[in-house]
Design a protein around this ligand. Structure first.
Ligand code: SF4
Length: 220
């Protein structure tokens, strides 16, 4: 599998889930390399390349050695490697909770639906700078919305984003809005307005705990 390269090593580390409905949960993170989008504010552009390659059989013991209470597969876009991802998950303990972070452009593969505990789907709004047809796939988002364990977290700039969000037709009870921010300072500046936006529309405010705790540090 192609794994993001950070400090010349595969990006595999123990931390706290920084976003989404399980925010704050201790977990091991595996960041896969490669993405089919190119968001202008992406905070992991280093993951876009080929990264480092390990087979699922080589990777599984490295994950097990970290004794994960939960495993979060992130990227990049992990579903670009869905075949090998399925192989990897089959090698891990059946009771290990697994979250997959995805940008919502590739349908949840049937082979992974049974094994994945939680899908964290993050469609990218127009301000991310991708071609709309490529970034927003209504049929894919509808397939995720049918899964009760799929949650949707959107990076937003402000109220001007609401029409585009509403047009996605996502289940509001599983929708979180997160301030668009690449630093702790910007997050704190923008959070109050996004909180008001969440109150107006009856959706959850999503935290970005990694910025609160570690600002722009990577691999923590
Ligand atoms: S989908 Fe995620 S990893 Fe890919 S470019 Fe956008 S923010 Fe970065």
């Amino acid at each position: 599998m192609h794994i993001a390269r950070l400090n010349n090593a595969p990006e595999l580390f123990y931390s706290l889930q920084g976003e989404g409905v399980s925010c704050g949960s201790p977990a091991v993170f595996l960041r896969l390399a490669g993405c089919n989008l190119a968001c202008r504010w992406c905070d992991t552009k280093y993951s876009w390349g080929a990264g480092l390659y390990l087979t699922p059989a080589e990777l599984a013991p490295r994950i097990a050695a970290l004794c994960p209470p939960r495993l979060i597969i992130t990227g990049g876009e992990p579903l670009l490697q869905q075949d090998e991802l399925g192989e990897l998950l089959a090698l891990l303990p059946a009771e290990l909770p697994i979250e997959v972070e995805t940008n919502g452009t590739l349908s949840p593969p049937a082979e992974l639906r049974e094994r994945v505990t939680q899908w964290n789907v993050s469609p990218k709004l127009p301000h991310a700078g991708n071609a709309a047809k490529q970034a927003l796939r209504p049929e894919v988002l509808a397939a995720f919305a049918e899964l009760p364990n799929a949650w949707f977290k959107l990076v937003v700039r402000g109220e001007e984003d609401w029409p585009a969000i509403a047009a996605l037709g996502l289940p509001r009870e599983r929708l979180l809005l997160m301030p668009c921010a690449e630093t702790r300072a910007v997050l704190e500046q923008r959070r109050p307005a996004i909180a008001q936006m969440c109150l107006r529309h009856g959706v959850r405010l999503g935290e970005r705990l990694h910025l609160v705790l570690w600002d722009t540090c990577k691999g923590v």
